[in-house]
Design a protein around this ligand. Structure first.
Ligand code: HPA
Length: 278
C-alpha cells in the first residue's frame, strides 16, 4: 500500500534529522536566481533534493535543488535552494510537498520568495515587493483530495495567510536598511508560457500587482498547517505587453541577480527577527 502524505513527510523529516542536529525555526524558499542567499548560512548542512525521500526534483536552470540547514546570527534556519513547479508536471500537492516537510520539521514561520512580472505601473524590474495577499488563478489547488486532519482543517481560513505582523516586520526591516520595498498582490498562473498582453490587462483590472508561476501552493499548505507566512517577490521584468521586449527566462535570471545584494541584505536582517517572534 502506498504511504500516506503524513507518513511520507515523517520519513523525509527523519532523514533530515539524521543529517543535522539544528532544529530550524524559520524556513525560506528561494526562487529563480535568488538561491545564493543560502550560501551565507553558518555551520551549514547541504542536502541535495535527490537524497531526500519523496522530494520532487527540479529541471529548471537557476533552481539548484538543495536543502540548506544552518544558522544566521544564531537563528536556526532551513533554506530551499530551488523549488519545483506545476508546469514541470508535478501536481500542486507534490510541488508543495517540500514546504510541508519544512513545516513538519518544526518551523514556525515560512518566508517565500519568487521572481515575478510587474503589472502595477510603479513596479519596475529590480524592485522588491512584499506580498500582501495572493490570487490563485491557476485552476489547481494543493489541498485537492483527501484531507488529513492531522495536518490541518478541510476548509482552512486564508484571511491572514500572509501574516500581518510578519508583513509589518518585513517593512520596518526594509525601512531600517533603506532597502526600497513595495507591497502588492501576487497572482499564481500555471505557466509555463508567459502571459499574453490581454491576460495582463485582465489581471490589472482584477487587482493584481505582480504575476508568477509559483509560491501560492506552498503558502496554502503552510497556512493549512498553521505556519505563518511572509512573501517577497523580486520584480524581474515588466509583464507582457507593458514593456517593448519579448519576455525571457534569461532576463528574469539576470534581473534577479542584479537585485541580489539588496535581497540578501533584507533577508539577513529579516530572518533572525522572524525567528524571535513568539
Ligand atoms: N510572468 C509569469 N511568471 C514570471 C514572470 C512573468 O512575467 N516573470 C518572472 N516570473
Amino acid at each position: 500500500m502506498s504511504l500516506s502524505l503524513y507518513d511520507q513527510m515523517q520519513q523525509t523529516v527523519e532523514v533530515i534529522r539524521q543529517k543535522t542536529s539544528i532544529a530550524p525555526k524559520v524556513g525560506i524558499i528561494l526562487g529563480s536566481g535568488l538561491g545564493a542567499f543560502a550560501d551565507s548560512l553558518e555551520g551549514r548542512t547541504v542536502i541535495p533534493y535527490g537524497e531526500l525521500p519523496h522530494f520532487p526534483t527540479s529541471s529548471v536552470p537557476g533552481h539548484a535543488g538543495r536543502l540548506v540547514v544552518g544558522t544566521l546570527q544564531g537563528a536556526p534556519i532551513v533554506a530551499m535552494q530551488g523549488r519545483v513547479h506545476m508546469y514541470e508536471g508535478y501536481p500542486p500537492a507534490q510541488a508543495a510537498f517540500p514546504a510541508r516537510v519544512l513545516c513538519a520539521l518544526g518551523i514556525r514561520s515560512l518566508v517565500v520568495t519568487n521572481a515575478a512580472g510587474g503589472i502595477r505601473a510603479d513596479l519596475a524590474p529590480g524592485d522588491l515587493m512584499a506580498i500582501s495577499d495572493h490570487i490563485n488563478l491557476s485552476g489547481a489547488h494543493p489541498l485537492t483530495g483527501h484531507n488529513d486532519d492531522r495536518l490541518g482543517p478541510r476548509f482552512p481560513d486564508m484571511s491572514t495567510a500572509y501574516d500581518p505582523a510578519l508583513l509589518k516586520l518585513l517593512q520596518t526591516t526594509a525601512d531600517r536598511l533603506k532597502v526600497p520595498l513595495k507591497e502588492g498582490v501576487y497572482v499564481w498562473l500555471s505557466g509555463p508560457s508567459y502571459e499574453t498582453p490581454a491576460e495582463i490587462r485582465f489581471l490589472r483590472t482584477v487587482g493584481v500587482d505582480a504575476v508568477g508561476m509559483s509560491t501560492v501552493p506552498e503558502v496554502i499548505v503552510a497556512s493549512h498547517m498553521g505556519v505563518r507566512v511572509a512573501g517577497i517577490s523580486c520584480i524581474t521584468n515588466l509583464a507582457a505587453g507593458i514593456g517593448r521586449k519579448p519576455l525571457s527566462h534569461s532576463e528574469v535570471a539576470q534581473t534577479a541577480d542584479r537585485a541580489r545584494d539588496r535581497f540578501t541584505s533584507l533577508l539577513t536582517h529579516f530572518l533572525p527577527a522572524v525567528a524571535e517572534q513568539p
